[in-house]
Design a protein around this ligand. Structure first.
Ligand SMILES: Nc1nc2c(ncn2[C@@H]2O[C@H](COP(=O)(O)OP(=O)(O)OP(=O)(O)O)[C@@H](O)[C@H]2O)c(=O)[nH]1
Ligand SMILES: [Mg+2]
Length: 383
């Protein structure tokens, strides 16, 4: 799509809500600078090209109570310069107004300030993006809260078209518990639907991009569970005791199924049970452990080997599930006929003792044995 026809999305919101992190998640690359703690975040406006997307993304300086007016002024003058004096609504097709999902109490105030500052943009469609929506129960509540505020305060006069909770990057609570990335593909789809006809991506183009994005996100999801499995398994106990991985595998399978919109009916429940049996750490792990014993020169300790085997099995199971649920979501396969031979094949293709040996040998050579190093090595080998 050439520059003339490409749309622009303005990403605004309070400082530190995660605008730049969101932009990176949508682009699929670390293009925008993000800040941690006291670091300075975004300090100038920047347009990022949405490769394969029908729009570019404009990252802005975050508002804070003391700089709100100044920030809006800067955004306005930057837009004026960029669009050579045209009005904001000529240049900007959709606004993503970001609010922090972990501080719902601030929604009313934040929305009011935003509405006041942009009262002359009221024709531009707005998507309210609830960033950092790590807590699943809070998501519904936060959406409701925003709808309540909008309907109670008519004077807000914002052209809000949709409220979408997102997690841009997996959020780890402990080494083995995390909130996976979510909501990004929905945001892209909705935004495309709001673009004016001439700028909208053809449905097959956006479909292709969404599919790619969806599989990248599913892979990131598996990557998170691999890190979790490595952390859980990095203890010197014999493998058959690793029932601890079952809840983790269950959560991963459910997560991937949700990601691909697979219905949770009785066929799904059966497939889930079957997948857990296939991915049972005991059988696959025994084979891998036997094979590892026979490798000459391997000096890895039991803790490291446990971590490698568990992480690799979870990675293989995850990759298989991505393939399986993708086929189900496309309607090419069904879970409703109890004919699971194809599922078995896909899992067996992905959980391979050969791959586990390769990973162990690499870690043996590099001597990088931290949990994160092990998880990174496994993820790079599988994806
Ligand atoms: N794990 C995780 N961290 C996030 C997420 N969103 C934001 N963060 C973190 O929150 C911090 C602030 O994020 P930024 O993207 O820099 O926020 P910003 O809105 O661009 O901030 P300013 O540029 O200062 O306005 C960073 O440490 C991010 O890593 C998310 O979805 N997951
Ligand atoms: Mg920023």
């Amino acid at each position: 799509m050439d520059e003339q026809t490409k749309g622009n999305i303005l990403v605004i919101g309070n400082s530190g809500v995660g605008k730049s992190t969101l932009i990176n998640a949508v682009l699929g690359e670390k293009a925008a600078y993000t800040a941690w703690g006291g670091d300075m975040g975004t300090y100038e406006l920047h347009r990022y090209e949405g490769k394969n997307l029908p729009f570019d993304l404009i990252d802005t300086i975050g508002f804070s109570p003391e700089n709100e007016r100044k920030t809006i002024k800067e955004i306005r003058s930057w837009l004026k310069k960029e669009y050579m004096g045209k009005t904001v609504s000529d240049g900007i097709n959709v606004v993503w107004f970001c609010v922090d999902g972990t501080s719902g109490k601030l929604f009313a105030n934040t929305l009011e300030c935003f509405a006041k500052s942009v009262s002359d943009w009221k024709s531009i469609p707005v998507i309210i993006v609830i960033t950092k929506s790590y807590s699943v129960p809070d998501r519904e509540q936060n959406i409701r809260m925003i709808h309540d505020i909008l309907s109670r305060q008519k004077k807000l006069k914002l052209n809000v078209q949709k409220v979408i909770p997102v997690v841009s990057e997996p959020f780890f609570i402990t080494e083995s518990t995390f909130a996976p990335a979510e909501g990004i593909t929905e945001l892209i789809e909705y935004t495309n639907a709001l673009m004016p006809e001439g700028k909208k991506a053809a449905s097959e183009d956006i479909g292709r991009h969404i599919r790619k994005k969806r599989s990248m996100q599913a892979q990131a999801l598996v990557g998170g569970y691999v890190a979790a499995a490595v952390a859980v398994a990095a203890v010197p106990i014999p493998f058959p005791d690793h029932f601890l991985l079952i809840p983790l595998e269950t959560a991963m399978i459910n997560g991937i199924a949700n990601h691909y919109g697979v219905k949770k009916n009785s066929g799904y429940e059966q497939a889930l049970k079957y997948l857990l049996e296939l991915g049972a750490v005991t059988a696959a792990a025994k084979a891998a452990l036997e094979a590892l014993k026979a490798v000459p020169g391997l000096t890895l300790g039991a803790v490291t080997i446990n971590a490698i085997v568990a992480g690799s099995i979870v990675a293989g199971l995850g990759e298989a599930c991505i393939g399986i649920f993708e086929l189900v979501s496309k309607g090419e396969k069904t879970l409703e006929d109890s004919n699971f031979g194809w599922i078995k094949d896909m899992v067996e293709q992905n959980i391979s003792v050969k791959k586990i040996l390769q990973i162990a040998e690499k870690i043996n050579i590099t001597k990088k044995k931290g949990n994160k190093d092990i998880a990174d090595e496994i993820n790079s080998e599988f994806q």
